[in-house]
Design a binder for this molecule. Structure first.
Ligand SMILES: [Zn+2]
Length: 243
């Protein structure tokens, strides 16, 4: 059966990642979840869109491009990935590529995918810096998102609008996410727990290392309780990087 790869967000991370996945020729259905519309300020990094697309649905426009260019099999959900929709959207999904622009969605994706045992490749970028992390969705197979980032920040994080995001940096993170996703789909289990960091100002722009699971992690630790996916657990600052 064709595997379903769910993309949360078709923005600065989702756009280059979707392009790379569709171009890879690997057999999959890309499922795009995004309720945003294309804005002029997106164009420098959201490489599936042109000036003519301003005001149009990102999910529909991305899908049309990928079908036309690569004959890709794409499904579209013009909605948000929220606690109320998470489990429905994850049904039958083999892998999630999380490219959202806010912490609540990142933590919700981490929790919901762990609950459903679905591998996830997380991504985030701000200014010249970004990270990609591949997570197995099962205890004992490498670090999870909360092993590394623990909990959403309590204070307001810098927003993309305030801090800005550099197109090539976020593009590198999206490409790294696609590469990790292809490795996971190919059954390369050692991809799990891989953290790729991108720093556009550093001598070595991209680094890769393995992160270990924490025994006291609140999601995958020995004493962790299953997440409830309650809406009140996913409030707080709305920006955690790039969409
Ligand atoms: Zn963990």
């Amino acid at each position: 059966m064709k595997r379903r790869v769910l993309l949360i967000g078709a923005g600065g991370l989702g756009a280059p990642a979707a392009l790379a996945l569709a171009a890879s020729g690997a057999s999959m259905t890309l499922v795009i979840v995004d309720d945003d519309r294309v804005e002029r300020t997106n164009l420098h990094r959201q490489i599936l869109f042109t000036e003519q697309d301003i005001g149009r649905s990102k999910a529909e426009t991305a899908a049309a491009f990928l079908r036309e260019r690569f004959s890709a099999d794409v499904e579209v959900y013009e909605e948000r990935f929220v606690p109320e929709s998470a489990q429905r959207l994850l049904e039958g999904v083999s892998l999630v590529l999380e490219g959202s622009d806010n912490f609540p969605t990142k933590f919700l994706a981490a929790d919901a995918c762990f609950l459903s045992g679905i591998p996830t490749v997380h991504g985030a970028a701000l200014r010249w810096y970004g990270t990609a992390l591949a997570v197995a969705g099962e205890r004992g197979r490498g670090a999870c998102y909360r092993c590394l980032f623990e909990a959403p920040p309590l204070e307001e994080a810098p927003t993309c609008a305030d801090a800005g995001v550099i197109g090539p940096a976020v593009g590198l993170v999206g490409a790294a996410q696609a590469a990790l996703a292809l490795r996971v789909l190919a059954g390369e289990d050692d991809a799990f727990g891989t953290l790729v960091t991108v720093d556009g100002h550093a001598k070595i722009i991209q680094r890769k290392r393995h992160v270990r699971a924490r025994r006291d992690c609140t999601l995958c630790g020995e004493r962790a309780l299953p997440p409830r996916l309650a809406p009140e657990d996913y409030l707080g600052p709305t920006c955690g990087g790039e969409a």
